[in-house]
Design a protein around this ligand. Structure first.
Ligand code: F6P
Length: 527
C-alpha cells in the first residue's frame, strides 16, 4: 500500500498512542506581515516548511518556531499560539519571541555564519564568534522552555529540525528523560576534518546525543556523523546497529531522505493554469519562447552564478538558440542581513545584466531574474510551463525543488537538469546529471533540456515521478514516527492528537517551573 496523508494519520495515532507531537523548527510555516497597512499571511521560501506542513496537517500537534513576521504578534493569543493553516486549522503554531540581539547571534551568526558554511563545504569560510555562540546557547534554552511548556508534563515525541537546535535535545533530555526525541538534520554533515575547526564541536555533539534518533538525508552523512563523534567524544560506537552509547543513553543514527507531498501540484495548479500561464508570459515579456527555470533562495550553496555562466556558455557555443528561449530564475531574497548573501544577490543581478547586455536585443532578454518572494501558485505554474528545471547546487542535503518539479509534471514532460552534489541526485537518476563546477557540462545539460525528444522526456519523467510518488513526505514521516513511536510510553487515557490547552492551575505551575531562564539553566546544570 502506498503512503498517503490518511495512512500517515493512522500511523501517527497508533505509534504516538495519545502522546503529543511537538515539532521544533526555527522557521515557521506561516508568517504574518504588514503590507500596505494590512496584515497578510505568507508561506516562507525553503523546502523544510513546505515539506513538513502536510505532515503536521496529518498528525496534528504543535509546531514551535521563531515568530519572525512583523505582524506575528498581532495574530496570536496571549501564549503566542494560533491554529494553522489559516484556511483549514489542523495544528497549533507556537511562536517564540527573540530579541534582535538573539536573532543576530543565534540565527545570522552561529547558525548561518558558522554551521551553514561548515556543513556545506562550499568554500565560504565559516565564522565562529563567542558572542554568537552565547546567543545560540541562549536561544536553544528559550526553545527548550517553550517545548517543555507545550509538553505539559505529559508524554510527548519531540521532533527537532535542523542545525539551529543542536543543543536542544540534551537540554530536553536532562529536564525530562521520558521525552522521546528525534532530530532531523536537513543539511549535509561534513567529514571529521572539516568539522574539527568548530571551536564548540564537542558541545554540539554532546547536545545532539541527547536524541533517541538522529537522522540525516543519506547514509554518507550518517557515516560522517558517526566518524565525527568517534573522533571527538568518549563513547561507544555500535557499528552493527549504527548507534552511539554515551552516559547510559543510546542515539541511533539513520538516513531518511526527505520528500514532498505529490498532491501539492494539483492543489496549486488550479484548472485555470493555462490562463494564468498566458498572463505570466505577458507580464515578463516571454512571448511563446521556450522556458528554462531555476527556483531557489538566493544562497551561495545553490550554484546560481554557475548556472548563469552555463546559460552564457550555451549562447556562445550555440548562437542558433539566441532569441528562442528564456532562462527564468526565481531568486527569493534570503538572509540578506549577512554580507555574503547581500553580495551574492548583487553578483547574480550583475551577471544577469551582463549576459542580457552581451546577447540580448531590445525584444529579447535571455535571463529573467525575479528577485522577490514568489508564492507556491506561481512557482508550480512555472514548473509546469518550463521545458526544463535547473538545480545546480554546489552541495545540498536533498534539494526539494528537484522533487517539486517532478511532482508538478503530471504531463510527464519536462527535463530536470540536476547537480550530482544534491541528495536528490541519488534518487532521481533519470535527471540529466551535471557537475555545476563544470560550466561546459552544465551548458550541455541545458541544451539537452532544450532539445530532448518528447518520448525520451516521458520515459525519464515517468520513472522520476514513480520514485517521488512512492517515496513521498508521508512515507518519510511515517517511517520516522514508526522508528521512534514505539519508545513513547502510552498514556492511560489517550488524548486526541493536537493541542489541549492547560488548565489555569497547570499553566501557573508550569510558568513557575520554567519562568526564568536562569532557573532552567540551573535545573539543567548549565553554568
Ligand atoms: O533546510 C535548510 C534550511 O535552512 C531550513 O532550515 C530553512 O527553513 C530553509 O533552509 C530556509 O532558510 P531560512 O529559514 O533561513 O530562510
Amino acid at each position: 500500500m502506498g503512503w498517503s496523508q490518511e495512512r500517515l494519520e493512522s500511523v501517527a495515532r497508533t505509534r504516538l498512542g495519545g502522546a503529543k507531537l511537538i515539532v521544533v523548527a526555527n522557521r515557521e510555516p506561516y508568517i504574518h506581515r504588514f503590507r500596505d497597512g494590512e496584515v497578510e499571511c505568507i508561506r516562507p521560501a525553503g523546502g523544510l516548511t513546505t515539506a513538513l506542513d502536510p505532515v503536521m496537517r496529518a498528525c496534528g500537534g504543535t509546531w514551535v518556531a521563531h515568530g519572525s513576521g512583523d505582524a506575528d504578534l498581532q495574530s496570536v493569543d496571549a501564549r503566542g499560539r494560533l491554529r494553522v493553516p489559516p484556511d483549514d486549522p489542523s495544528y497549533t503554531l507556537r511562536r517564540v519571541w527573540l530579541t534582535k540581539e538573539q536573532e543576530e547571534g543565534y540565527y545570522y551568526g552561529f547558525a548561518n555564519g558558522g554551521l551553514w558554511p561548515l556543513c556545506h563545504q562550499v568554500y565560504a569560510r565559516p565564522t565562529f564568534d563567542p558572542a554568537h555562540w552565547q546567543a545560540y546557547q541562549e536561544v536553544n534554552e528559550i526553545f527548550a522552555a517553550a517545548v517543555l511548556e507545550e509538553a505539559q508534563g505529559g508524554p510527548a515525541l519531540v521532533f527537532v529540525q535542523d542545525y539551529h537546535f543542536a543543543l536542544l535535545p540534551r537540554l530536553l533530555k536532562q529536564a525530562r528523560p521520558d521525552l522521546v526525541i528525534a532530530h532531523f538534520w536537513h543539511i549535509p554533515w561534513p567529514n571529521p576534518e572539516t568539522f574539527r575547526v568548530c571551536p564548540w564541536g564537542p558541545e554540539l555533539l554532546e547536545g545532539m546525543l541527547g536524541n533517541d534518533l538522529m537522522s540525516f538525508h543519506i547514509q554518507y552523512h550518517c557515516n560522517n556523523f558517526l566518524e565525527t563523534v568517534d573522533r571527538t567524544l568518549e563513547c561507544r560506537i555500535d557499528r552493527e546497529r549504527f548507534a552511539v552509547e554515551r552516559n547510559g543513553q543510546t542515539t541511533r543514527v539513520r538516513p531518511h531522505p526527505i520528500s514532498v507531498d505529490p498532491g501539492l501540484a494539483e492543489k496549486y495548479l488550479s484548472d485555470d493554469w493555462e490562463q494564468r500561464a498566458k498572463q505570466l508570459r505577458k507580464r515578463h515579456r516571454l512571448g511563446d519562447r521556450t522556458l528554462l527555470v531555476g527556483v531557489d533562495r538566493v544562497d551561495y550553496t545553490k550554484g546560481i552564478p554557475e548556472r548563469l555562466l552555463a546559460v552564457n556558455d550555451l549562447l556562445e557555443q550555440h548562437p542558433e538558440w539566441k532569441g528562442r528561449f528564456h532562462f527564468l530564475q526565481v531568486g527569493a531574497p534570503s538572509r540578506t542581513h549577512l554580507p555574503a548573501y547581500r553580495d551574492l544577490n548583487d553578483e547574480v543581478q550583475t551577471l544577469a545584466e551582463r549576459i542580457n547586455w552581451e546577447h540580448g536585443t531590445p525584444n529579447w532578454q535571455p535571463v529573467v531574474f525575479l528577485n522577490e518572494h514568489t508564492g507556491p501558485e506561481d512557482i508550480f505554474l512555472l514548473y509546469r510551463m518550463a521545458a526544463g528545471c535547473v538545480v545546480s547546487s554546489l552541495h545540498d542535503g536533498m534539494n526539494l525543488v528537484a522533487k517539486e518539479f517532478v511532482s508538478a509534471r503530471t504531463d510527464e514532460q519536462g527535463v530536470l537538469v540536476l547537480s550530482r552534489f544534491t541528495g536528490a541526485a541519488r534518487e532521481l537518476t533519470d535527471a540529466v546529471l551535471v557537475n555545476p563546477f563544470d560550466v561546459r557540462q552544465t551548458a550541455e545539460g541545458l541544451l539537452a533540456a532544450l532539445t530532448m525528444p518528447p518520448d525520451e522526456q516521458r520515459r525519464r519523467m515517468r520513472k522520476m515521478r514513480q520514485q517521488v510518488d512512492e517515496h513521498n513526505i508521508f512515507r518519510w514521516a511515517g517511517h520516522l514516527l514508526s522508528e521512534v513511536g514505539r519508545m513513547v510510553e502510552p498514556t492511560s487515557t489517550p488524548e486526541p492528537l493536537g493541542m489541549t490547552p492547560p488548565s489555569e492551575d497547570e499553566a501557573r505551575a508550569l510558568l513557575a517551573r520554567y519562568q526564568s531562564l536562569d532557573t532552567l539553566r540551573l535545573s539543567m546544570g548549565i553554568a
